[in-house]
Design a protein around this ligand. Structure first.
Ligand SMILES: Nc1nc2c(c(=O)[nH]1)N[C@H]1C(S)=C(S)[C@@H](COP(=O)(O)OP(=O)(O)OC[C@H]3O[C@@H](n4cnc5c(=O)[nH]c(N)nc54)[C@H](O)[C@@H]3O)O[C@H]1N2
Ligand SMILES: Nc1nc2c(c(=O)[nH]1)N[C@H]1C(S)=C(S)[C@@H](COP(=O)(O)OP(=O)(O)OC[C@H]3O[C@@H](n4cnc5c(=O)[nH]c(N)nc54)[C@H](O)[C@@H]3O)O[C@H]1N2
Ligand code: SF4
Ligand SMILES: [Mo]
Length: 741
């Protein structure tokens, strides 16, 4: 396909459009210049209409493709595990080894002893989920993982509150808002859907009031906000509940909306007023917890209740803390109290960034389509395998067994049956995931990775995780393969064109799985060719001419107006119940109550996190650690790109008050530590983070010295490998101390 593009004529430069989508919540149009089969430069969208301009990472992708450390051939470990010594082997030997190990481990210990983890890598259809699951299921099964690090608290909240995770309006609808609250959301760094910043800029110019609630004075706050409200990490639910208190006591809430569309408000109201526990959740109560002045809480509550329509964009920062699900449930409850659901300019405040799981008026959301392509073959290890993606995510939100939360993989590998898991785990398959760098408690993971009998990692570059593999399989980049991708928060489908041949012997993630299936003698693994699947998917998404679409790299979907989640439910409730058991928005959830977990109450409730400022361990480790997403990386991807490294140094952000008390100056080398680990890193002494909080941005590459002290600035040497009942990862919950090195 696209032969005219792929067979470059010698000496002639071609410009090939393609769609970048790099696990970054963006999907941007790039124009890739290719000469003699080599990428020479990358430009971005300069066309008419809403441009989908790429960020600094997309434009620097050339250095990622040609990274001198790209893995070009299959590798076999020759040194000690983790030492990083490998030798080149053939694909035949690699596939033969992986196939034989999967069979041996399955036959000897049972298929449940196989653990697999994969992440998006890129957001694309063929590269997405489904293929490896199908392969493992067809060969006897494996132990499912659960827990989406990005937003498991939000998934849980959405499913139990709204009955679906499709809770978001498209981003262009922000132009209809009169008030926008960016609650822990920083699109100036984390994109949160391409063009979100463009819509925020237009909204601001049009006079929309924009408020940021975040412990950091982010670039988004600096660029867009009329007001910045710093808040102590992990305390957001108490502020939202106190805002509800203001709305209730001043009768500012939309009673008609609550009566028509919700159930359980009375129970929530009792909680807010303190009917049962005798503690009214007043702004003064929340001030003690959050550090936000009660007058500020009151005025925000009044503004949100009276300026209509208003979009509370509930970001995932607090969702990535202990009991983060309560924050999401509380945000959606406030959206209901203010009647901002199902209307233009409002938001259901389900989650933001919406991610590919939300807010799509597509005929079939392509990511789900990606799963369906592979039919989600039943997993013999999973007694009641749900089969359908929606159900699967619900099961995931509930953490039904047998499956292991990804944050517990290290624990599961170390303790197995003795630790209360279903079995002992003997084989680890890592696909599109920098497991060791991205999951909490790296030092424990390092220990755990010595346990399995066999580890296989599919990678593009030699990550800390890949160093622990017995076999490494080389993966190409999206510039070396064909795929489809889709807008995040805006309605378009993108074409990923193969602009160069794969480097070395690298292959696409789908190709690897398909070849492994063949090697294992599994018949009928791919029912259609990759090209057929893409064409079929494009057709289902309403794309009339595949060739023309490929030439453009993009197809906008024809929407008469911005998409608004739950518009039908609000406009015609009789005929459009919410997909919950009651048919209404469930502020009280009987499904949650039935689970009977006191740490997962049926109404949104403030629960103090572990390792809060009141924890006795705060005497030893007095600073709250947050680990935010960094502008010049996507998680740990792009960290090595030299052009990007020039732009921003990995440092720990610390307020000048905390720095002064420790005699730390800007640029000093400091030690950040707690009982789980330690790192040496330079300090960024600044007023842009509130006192008492430090930020080590996530994604820097783990780089231990001879004493095991991390020199790379990998946040997860400090984080804890636990999760809330809803599977929220507490990446932003934890205490540390910082001292001058
Ligand atoms: N440049 C870049 N873009 C990315 C990524 C990346 O790594 N780099 N990663 C992508 C991925 S996988 C994801 S999931 C998204 C993540 O996108 P976000 O969740 O938006 O990113 P974060 O920076 O982790 O968090 C957003 C804000 O939450 C704040 N925050 C942290 N804890 C709390 C808290 O307890 N309360 C409040 N109110 N605020 C808090 C942080 O200070 C931060 O400013 O971004 C995607 N886009
Ligand atoms: N402390 C802390 N830790 C965090 C977070 C946090 O906020 N704080 N955020 C969490 C979040 S939200 C997430 S989503 C996870 C992300 O965790 P990961 O998904 O592990 O992070 P990535 O860096 O995106 O890693 C993807 C890896 O897959 C490899 N790869 C293999 N095949 C492909 C491919 O086909 N395409 C691409 N693009 N890559 C491929 C890439 O080279 C890269 O090493 O991290 C989590 N970790
Ligand atoms: S990395 Fe993300 S935001 Fe940057 S160009 Fe690619 S898709 Fe767009
Ligand atoms: Mo994420």
């Amino acid at each position: 396909m696209n032969d005219d593009r792929n067979n470059e004529q010698v000496g002639e430069e071609k410009i090939i459009p393609t769609m970048c989508s790099s696990h970054c919540a963006g999907v941007c149009l790039l124009k890739v210049h290719v000469k003699d089969g080599v990428i020479t430069r990358i430009e971005t969208d300069d066309g008419d209409g809403p441009q989908l301009r790429g960020c600094l990472k997309g434009r620097a992708y050339r250095q990622r493709v040609y990274d001198p450390d790209r893995i070009l051939y299959p590798l076999k470990r020759v040194g000690k595990r983790g030492e990083g010594k490998f030798e080149r082997i053939s694909w035949n030997e690699a596939l033969d080894t992986v196939a034989a190990q999967l069979k041996r481990v399955g036959d000897t210990y049972g298929p449940a002893s196989i653990l697999m983890v994969q992440m998006p890598g890129d957001h694309a259809v063929l590269t997405g989920w489904g293929a490896i699951e199908r392969l493992l299921n067809m060969s006897g099964g494996f132990t499912m993982y659960w827990g989406a690090p990005s937003f498991n608290g939000a998934i849980y909240s959405n499913i139990f509150t709204y009955g679906t995770f499709e809770t978001s309006n498209t981003r262009d609808d922000l132009l209809n808002s009169r008030l926008i609250i960016l609650w822990s959301s920083n699109p100036a760094d984390t994109v949160n859907g391409t063009n979100t910043c463009w819509y925020l800029a237009q909204a601001r110019e049009a006079g929309t009031r924009i408020i940021v609630v975040d412990p950091k004075y982010t670039d988004s706050a600096a660029t867009f906000a009329d007001q910045w409200i710093p808040i102590r990490p992990g305390t957001d639910t108490s502020m939202l509940v106190a805002m509800a208190h203001v709305m209730i006591s001043e009768k500012l809430y939309d009673e008609n909306f609550l009566n028509t569309y919700t159930i359980g408000f009375e129970k929530f109201k009792d909680y807010v007023l303190g009917v049962e526990d005798g503690v009214p959740k007043t702004p003064a109560w929340a001030e003690e917890i959050t550090g936000v002045a009660s007058a500020t809480i009151e005025s925000l509550a009044r503004e949100y209740a009276t300026i209509k329509p208003a979009a509370l964009l509930a970001g995932n920062g607090p969702g990535r803390s202990a009991y983060g699900e309560q924050y999401h449930r509380a945000a959606s409850t406030l959206a209901a109290m203010t009647g901002n659901i199902g209307i233009h300019g409002g938001q259901a405040s389900g989650m933001f960034p919406a991610g590919p799981l939300s807010g799509f008026p597509y005929p079939l959301p392509p990511i789900i389509a990606g799963l369906e392509l592979f039919d989600f073959t039943p997993n013999p290890v999973q007694e009641q395998f749900p089969g359908k993606p929606e159900e699967m995510l619900k099961e995931a939100a509930l953490g039904r067994k047998p499956q292991v939360h990804i944050s517990k993989f290290a624990d599961a590998l170390l303790t197995g049956k003795a630790g209360g898991y279903h079995t002992d785990y003997k084989l680890l398959y890592v696909k599109k995931c920098n497991y060791l760098n991205s999951l909490p408690n790296v030092n424990k993971i390092v220990e755990a990775l010595q346990c399995p009998e066999f580890i296989v990692v599919e990678e593009q570059v030699m990550t800390a995780t890949a160093k622990f593999a017995d076999i490494v399989l080389p993966v190409n980049t999206y510039l070396e393969r064909e795929d489809l991708t889709f807008g995040d928060g805006l309605a378009y489908i993108g074409k990923q064109n193969k602009v160069i041949e794969p480097l070395g012997e690298s292959k696409s993630p789908l190709q690897i799985t398909a070849e492994l299936a063949e090697w294992m003698g599994i018949e009928g693994f791919l029912e259609k060719s990759a090209e057929e699947m893409l064409k079929e998917r494009a057709q289902m998404s309403g794309i009339p001419d595949y060739e023309a679409f490929s030439k453009e790299g993009i197809q906008w979907l024809d929407l008469p107006e911005p998409h608004v989640a739950f518009k039908n439910q609000i406009e015609d409730p009789e005929n459009n119940p919410f997909p919950t058991p009651s048919g209404k928005i469930e502020i009280y959830s009987q499904q949650i109550a039935d689970m009977g977990n006191p740490e997962a109450p049926p109404i949104p409730t403030y629960i103090e996190t572990w390792e809060s400022r009141n924890d006795p361990i705060a005497e030893k480790y007095p600073l709250q650690l947050i680990t935010t997403h960094f502008k010049r990386r996507t998680n740990a991807q792009f960290d090595r790109v030299p052009w990007l490294r020039e732009l921003q140094e990995q440092r720990v952000m610390i307020n000048s008050v905390d720095a002064q008390a420790r005699d730390i100056h800007d640029g000093d080398l400091v030690r950040v530590f707690n009982d789980r680990g330690q790192m040496m890193i330079r300090a960024n002494v600044t007023e842009r983070i509130m006192p008492g909080v430090v930020d080590v941005p996530t994604g820097a590459w783990y780089d231990p010295d001879e004493n095991g002290i991390d020199r790379g600035g990998c946040a997860n040497v400090l984080t804890r490998d636990v999760h809330s009942p809803a599977g929220s990862y507490p990446y932003n919950t934890g205490l540390v101390e910082v001292e001058k090195a």
